[in-house]
Design a protein around this ligand. Structure first.
Ligand code: GTP
Ligand code: SPV
Ligand code: MN
Length: 598
């Protein structure tokens, strides 16, 4: 068993003992973050087949992992917030009574690690020692989880030292068990800083520092302590003047955060001196600075990014990042040269592929419209260290974070929402975020392409009542003397044949330029019922050959009747949230309805 000399903190050692009594591992190993231990674990994973070592010349330090085919995405219907009082979890979250939940799951955990090793992973979310940083310990029986956590967080001895003798850390427990879907649970006890996960071994379900801690538990702590934990990328724009601005953007899962965060500006923008650098691609923690501005850090240390669609054309920075020290999950294996492939990486698939399930892949049965014929799973991912990202901002490790000039909300909408618009104020911006909706994607189990309300891209990740969450956003605005401006974007509007109207990816720079100019008071706008929109010439279309001005007008069109229908949907959603919905947002809704009908 774990030697007492390894962990002097009695809160940690007694908790480990309690868990070990239930799960009954054959040994307990502390993860120290050393290269030797990490390398030994990689060797172990290769020897058991949990990982496949990829071509060491072309992709040094890279591995392929295949998860169980029943376990390929987050499971929202099996995710619970277990507060003492049901109403504190709110009506949007699944709730279970904490005692009942513990009783049920303790039964499932009993003996679940028999014959296995239980790893103890101390980790920090945020730079160790930063005022933003929070600490956690994850107990897991999965080497895959350990190796991913070593990339995604700052894990090892430094984090353990930072916890010191205290009790202030998030207790995470993960057991793979037998991957029984009907007994898969991802449960959170925000009042006890505790997360339990069982019967999964995939991504957001088991890398407990990510969605479970850095969003669900952290959003709960943020409300109590006066800060925000959000599903947002953070990017830096260097303007031709040399001035640097910082932007956060919240888009739902698989709706373009990683791509926007690593954007390469079109050549006309590069010539003018614009540069984009990345600080984060998924999660931001935001605090009010002493200067009255909103400051952000990315609490993670790696990217858990969507592989399909990532290519030299769409996201060269991501492609470069994953050439080294990366774990790929559920992508296809190119057996000719021991590398990886996924739909969209190249126009044509290589001739000999093993699909994500480990079977020979027959290109003849490939059907673009049927994901079950794909070589890579639509939610296949890469886990890559931020340090490999060629466009990482030098502020990435800054313990104070960066000051935010603009917040962008966005979703995947074929119709309705224009390419970009700006809200009138912080309060109307909170309304815009609260009213977000997006078509569902493969990042969570369930039907794909269905429009659902996803406020601030946080529907699956708020660790408390949604009405209280909106109130907290409104309160944060009151503490900001110099708040970020709030915008909404939609890269996904389509024509009558279902083709995207906007080229997206690097070309999104054209929209970012308008946003930055609005923040600097340098761009005009036309006022519409929903907010401020660019004038026709304000979005630069130079060098966009296949694009005509009428497409831009279509992208910026606001249809009052469609919006009135949307407001009915928003109101239904507000009513579903229930009695803790702030009146300010109902009044925003009413005012917008009036403006649309006037
Ligand atoms: P999570 O990691 O699940 O939170 O996703 P994400 O928000 O980081 O999304 P990501 O950037 O990985 O993009 C998801 C999918 O959307 C990929 O298949 C991209 O190719 C596609 N995508 C991203 N940006 C754009 C865009 O500007 N236009 C279009 N048409 N597709 C995009
Ligand atoms: C998401 O679904 O938003 C992700 C992937 O970033 S996961 O870590 O699985 O939640
Ligand atoms: Mn995400």
């Amino acid at each position: 068993m774990l030697k007492n000399t390894d962990i002097s903190n009695r809160f940690i050692s007694s908790w480990i003992e309690d868990i070990a009594k239930i799960t009954q591992p054959k040994e307990i190993v502390l993860i120290d973050g050393s290269n030797e231990q990490t390398e030994a674990l990689r060797e172990l994973a290769c020897s058991t087949g949990e990982l496949i070592r990829l071509n060491t010349e072309k992709m040094p330090g890279c591995y392929l992992h295949r998860s169980n085919p029943n376990d390929v995405a987050r499971v929202e219907d099996r995710t619970f917030i277990c507060t003492e009082k049901r109403e504190d979890a709110g009506s949007i979250n699944n709730w279970m009574d904490p005692d009942e939940c513990k009783k049920k799951l303790t039964g499932l955990y009993r003996g679940a690690m028999k014959g296995k090793t239980m790893y103890v992973i101390p980790y920090s979310m945020g730079s160790v020692g930063s005022q933003f940083a929070k600490y956690g310990i994850e107990l897991t029986d999965s080497v895959y989880v350990v190796l991913n956590m070593l990339i995604m967080t700052r894990a090892g001895k430094d984090a353990l030292d930072a916890i010191g003798d205290g009790d202030n850390f998030v207790r995470g427990l993960h057991a793979t068990a037998d991957l029984d879907e009907s007994n898969r649970y991802i449960v959170h006890f925000p009042e006890e800083n505790t997360i339990w996960s069982i019967n999964s071994a995939y991504g957001g379900n088991v890398l407990l520092g990510k969605k479970c801690f850095a969003l669900r538990i952290a959003s709960y702590l943020g409300r109590r302590e006066g800060w925000l934990a959000e599903h947002m990328l953070i990017l830096e724009i260097e303007c031709p003047s040399g001035e640097k601005k910082y932007i956060c953007a919240a888009f739902p899962s698989a709706c373009g955060k990683t791509n926007l965060a690593m954007l390469i500006p079109p050549s006309i923008y590069q010539k003018r001196g614009y540069k984009i650098r990345c600080l984060g691609d998924d999660i931001a923690w935001l605090r009010v600075g002493s200067d009255g501005r909103l400051w952000a850090i990315n609490p993670e240390n790696g990217f858990f990014g969507v592989a399909p669609g990532t290519s030299e054309k769409t996201n060269p920075n991501a492609l470069f990042t994953v050439q080294k020290s990366t774990i790929f999950t559920n992508v296809a294996h190119n057996i000719d040269n021991n590398t990886v492939w996924w739909e969209g990486l190249t126009d044509n698939a290589p001739s000999h592929l093993t699909d994500w399930k480990g079977n020979h892949w027959d290109p003849k049965q490939y059907n673009k419209k049927d994901p079950s014929t794909f070589a890579a799973h639509p939610n296949s991912r890469f886990t890559a260290p931020t340090s490999e990202c060629p466009c990482l901002s030098d502020k990435f490790n800054d313990p104070d974070g960066v000051p935010i000039s603009a917040i962008i909300f966005g979703g995947r909408r074929e119709h309705l929402t224009p390419l970009v618009y700006q809200s009138r104020s912080w309060q109307s911006g909170v309304f815009v975020g609260s009213a977000m909706a997006s078509e569902t994607t493969a990042a969570a189990v369930g039907k794909i392409g269905i429009v659902r309300r996803d406020p601030m891209a946080m529907r699956p990740f708020v660790g408390y009542d949604m009405g209280d969450y909106f109130t907290h956003w409104l309160d944060m605005g009151k503490k900001l003397s110099n708040p970020p401006k709030i915008f909404h974007v939609n890269w996904f509007r389509t024509d009558k044949d279902g083709r995207f109207l906007w080229p997206g990816f690097g070309e999104n720079m054209r929209v970012l330029e308008w946003i930055i100019k609005r923040c600097n008071g340098e761009a005009e706008a036309r006022e519409e019922a929903i907010g401020y929109l660019p004038l026709d010439n304000d979005i630069c279309t130079d060098d966009l050959d296949i694009f005509d001005k009428s497409t831009l007008s279509e992208l910026l069109r606001v249809d009052a009747n469609e919006w009135l229908c949307e407001l009915d949907e928003i109101e239904k959603f507000y009513n579903e949230i229930g009695k803790r919905m702030p009146v300010e947002l109902y009044s925003e809704l009413d005012c917008l309805r009036k403006r649309l009908t006037d």
